[in-house]
Ligand binder design. Structure first.
Ligand code: NAP
Length: 250
């Protein structure tokens, strides 16, 4: 049996995923940093982890595409060993707008990147983790969003609805595999300082909204990573189908 635990972090090259990759590496996990297009960010992060004595690889894969997901998991099987933790983190959003302006292409792109991707990666993880299939069990942590509850009106209800789907995936899959040694949990970040808000067309979005956050500030990626790590660790062995909101009280 392999000694080192293996974690796959989708969208691990920057933002919340990068903070999560660093934390798992510090805790002795062999880390797979998946990225879609920003190879530079992923390889700089890998260098940083390796310079600190950690074990990691980077794998380019668009996790909305089944063929890429199959290649991602096969690469990890070959280079690191069987996955013990999957962090479904990759996500996108587009320019803020109302529903009347949204194209079908935009809606489908958001859903395939934010929802289909989590289903496909979870499927491949369960195939390897399930004790009913000869696996050693494992943990899946889904990164959803406080938007699943707010609905993000006038900004991006497509994105918010995609995160609502992740909350439901968490519940259903957790029940489906609870007797197979697999726990499935979810972290719902609030307003976190990453590049994502610029992608929505408002880099200063957190500055505009922070006065409504009870803690009166945005969150740091590391603060989300801590919740993800706890849910993946042996400190949370009685938690499944559970949700941690990391929203500063919002
Ligand atoms: P970010 O800085 O924009 O990073 C997004 C990451 O996802 C990037 O590494 C990107 O890869 C990757 N990615 C996107 N689509 C992908 C795909 N199809 N295949 C593989 N990788 C893909 O965003 P973030 O803020 O860290 O967000 C991480 C997660 O937290 C997302 O699920 C997001 O919805 C959620 N979240 C964020 C906030 C917030 O305020 N920031 C709040 C609530 C929830 P490249 O680097 O290659 O482009």
């Amino acid at each position: 049996m392999q000694n080192t635990k293996v974690v796959i972090i989708t969208g691990g090259g920057r933002g919340i995923g990068a903070a999560t990759a660093k934390l798992f590496a510090q805790q002795g996990y062999a880390v797979c940093i998946n990225y879609k297009s920003n190879e530079k960010a992923a390889s700089l992060l890998a260098d940083e982890i390796q310079d600190a004595g950690g074990q990691c690889i980077t794998v380019q894969a668009d996790v909305s595409q089944e063929v890429d997901v199959l290649r991602l998991f096969a690469t990890v099987d070959n280079e690191l060993g069987t996955v013990s933790v999957l962090v479904n983190n990759a996500g996108i959003l587009f320019q803020q707008m109302r529903l009347e302006e949204m194209t079908a292409e935009r809606i489908n792109t958001v859903l395939s990147n934010n929802v289909t991707s989590y289903f496909l990666c979870s499927r491949e993880a369960v195939k390897r983790m399930s004790t009913h299939r000869g696996g050693n069990g494992g943990v899946i942590v889904n990164v959803s969003s406080g938007a699943a509850r707010s609905g993000s009106p006038n900004e991006y209800i497509d994105y918010a609805a995609s995160k609502g789907a992740i909350d439901t995936l968490t519940k259903g899959l957790a029940m489906e595999v609870a007797s197979e040694g697999i726990r499935v949990n979810c972290v719902r970040p609030g307003l976190i300082y990453t590049q994502m808000h610029a992608d929505g067309g408002e880099p200063e979005r957190i500055e505009r909204l922070k006065s409504v956050i009870p803690l009166q500030r945005g969150g740091e990626p590391q603060e989300v990573a801590e919740a993800i790590f706890w849910l993946a660790s042996d400190k949370s062995t009685f938690s499944t189908a559970n949700y941690i909101d990391v929203t500063g009280g919002l």
